[in-house]
Design a protein around this ligand. Sequence first.
Ligand SMILES: Cc1cc2nc3c(=O)[nH]c(=O)nc-3n(C[C@H](O)[C@H](O)[C@H](O)COP(=O)(O)OP(=O)(O)OC[C@H]3O[C@@H](n4cnc5c(N)ncnc54)[C@H](O)[C@@H]3O)c2cc1C
Length: 411
Amino acid sequence: MAEDPIRVLNDKCVGCGLCVKACPFAAIALADGPEREGKKRKLALIDLTRCTLCGACVDSCKFDAILIKEKAAENAANLADYKDVWVFAEQAGGEFHSIAYEMLGAGRELADQLGSRLCALLLGSHVGGKATELIARGADVVYLVDKPELGYYQDEPYAAVITELVNRHKPNILLCGASTIGRSLVSRVAVATHAGLTADCTGLAIDPETRNLLQTRPAFGGNIMATIITPYHRPQMATVRHKVMKEPAVDTNRTGQTRVEDVAQALLASRTKRVNFVPEKESTINLAEADIIVSGGRGLQKPENFSIIRELAETIGAGVGASRAAVDADWIPYSHQVGQTGKTVCPKIYLACGISGQIQHLAGMSSSDIIVAINRDPDAPIFKVATYGIVGDLFTIVPMLTQEFKKVLGK
Ligand SMILES: Cc1cc2nc3c(=O)[nH]c(=O)nc-3n(C[C@H](O)[C@H](O)[C@H](O)COP(=O)(O)OP(=O)(O)OC[C@H]3O[C@@H](n4cnc5c(N)ncnc54)[C@H](O)[C@@H]3O)c2cc1C
């Protein structure tokens, strides 16, 4: 009979319970053990159906009483089989979501650090001609699965095909945008391949010593940034927030390889089908895609005053953003909130009007190319990230800017 991959050494365990506290999966409990020298004692008992072999208990045990045996060694040996950095190239109707390019930019850096290839996964119908776009953005290899059944996104066939490709080619890292599709897709692949998955990352890097992927994301309601590693399993999977990573430039001189992959017909089956597609009616500019954003905060004092923000935004063709304070006060809907618990944006110009610049707001906009801050408090933290700062009353400055832009733009 195969030995358990993890076990408690009864002669060393003192029943202190440190491992119970350390286990993030509630897989360890204290149970009555055999008596020693006539005394009753408790021993740690590991529930193997819950244990993920993460090793937290081993690290916590002061008595070296827990042993992860062959599995860790076996896994470590197997890890070497996993190569390359993969990126899911999300597309709809042959148009790539900008997050696909952002993932290629992030993936390229990781692949270069690891000295491995960057591969893009392109699934769809009649999309073969799009592979060159992915190569021009940094992919060395494009794995192409072109089937009529993949003409539009569906969870089951997309997840089944990617799971098959992961098992077939063993990527070291698999990245996916934290879009609606990406989140739904990659979580299914992670479960099917028994891999770890860190959702909604805002930073990715390679640990120079272990060469593991360092996956950074906000945790505990955004109050800390946690860096997560997946040391025992492959692929290392992460979804990444939209607009956090920069899109790489197009280089049409790059060359790469397109590998057409065949998959069993059974993998393309779906229990659901799309009956109709109704595009969302956006009356305002999509914030995440906007080149210019004018945002208002608590400094606006009341909901009606958002009209000066809207007028400026309309004049210069910008989207309207807001701080959480303005959203919480019900001055503007949540869909406009920028920040850690709102949207991450990366426009060419971000105008922050009456926003103090707390860390949670900055988390959603600090990678904007140019930041213009209008605030009457010269010590407001927003000025630390601002490219241009205007100290003064927004009720004077914003309408002044609107009038000036109207003149210049002939409106
Ligand atoms: C877990 C967590 C998540 C969060 N997520 C987000 C998030 O996603 N997005 C977000 O924005 N916040 C978020 N917050 C809240 C954040 O901490 C701040 O409370 C919020 O950003 C403050 O909004 P504000 O800058 O509009 O308001 P304030 O901090 O009150 O700043 C108002 C600013 O307006 C200026 N002002 C006032 N009147 C005028 C005037 N007439 N002219 C010019 N300037 C003026 C003031 O000087 C001040 O600097 C989060 C907080 C937590 C704890």
